[in-house]
Design a binder for this molecule. Sequence first.
Ligand SMILES: NC(=O)c1ccc[n+]([C@@H]2O[C@H](COP(=O)([O-])OP(=O)(O)OC[C@H]3O[C@@H](n4cnc5c(N)ncnc54)[C@H](OP(=O)(O)O)[C@@H]3O)[C@@H](O)[C@H]2O)c1
Length: 260
Amino acid sequence: MRLNLDSKTAVVTGASRGIGLATVQTLIDEGVRVVGAARTITPELKDAGAIPVAADLATPEGVTTLIDTALAELGGIDLLVNNVGVGDAVEPVGFLDTDDARWAATFDLNLFSAVRATRAALPSLIERRGSVVNVSSISSRLPGTGPVAYGAAKAALVALGKSLAEEFGPQGVRVNTVSPGVVRTGVWVDPGGFGSKVAASVGAEHAAFLEQIPQAFGLTTGRITEPQEVAALIAFLLSDVAGNITGADYFIDGGAVKAL
Ligand SMILES: NC(=O)c1ccc[n+]([C@@H]2O[C@H](COP(=O)([O-])OP(=O)(O)OC[C@H]3O[C@@H](n4cnc5c(N)ncnc54)[C@H](OP(=O)(O)O)[C@@H]3O)[C@@H](O)[C@H]2O)c1
């Protein structure tokens, strides 16, 4: 299957590692010119051939910097991947330990970064009949399994995608959501990352905790998802091959979500 993405331009948020980096690499392999943003510009992002933008996407100013730079560097935006998420405020704590500052920081990164980036990119996306993919999480459907503010922000992101698909579909802009389950990124595998904190909170050793994730999460395939697999789904949804798919939310979770 040919995605015919060459000659397109893209913006990817949270591009320096994990799912965002894999998406940048996949799009560049398809011939797309990509602007990728994160606070830290990693060697991997530079090596991928992206135009890097250093910005804090939890702030309105950071998102403005990103979209202004992308419009100047690329001449216009065909594809937008609102991938940035998790972030420093997402810790394995309960509702009573989630104060206003944690709620606000979680929503700024996991919801409002997408709101702001999409709003700023929309004139160009409309002009070019472009496509948007938002990266949510199965936490939107299984909010009891993760931090409360994170699940709420990701559920709101799914709703945002549906609203945008309805409002801008008649102008040629498609908007879809990809909702991963556990993906092999630093969130789970890095020492000091979210996964290591969850392991510590239940008194488990980090490596042993990672080992038992497929069983604990009921993964039908018996394994977690690789970042490249999420990137491939994103690239498909961005492409005209998926030209009649809009307002959809695709799980990529090894079968973790059992409900219809
Ligand atoms: N991994 C999973 O199991 C999983 C499951 C479901 C959904 N997801 C979703 O998938 C998306 C990507 O997750 P991931 O696992 O790839 O995360 P990751 O490996 O932690 O990467 C996050 C990316 O976002 C950037 N970032 C974080 N805070 C930022 C900020 N304030 N401003 C700008 N950039 C920022 C990071 O770079 P800097 O830190 O240098 O800024 C990095 O490039 C997120 O939306 C997450 O919620 C992940």
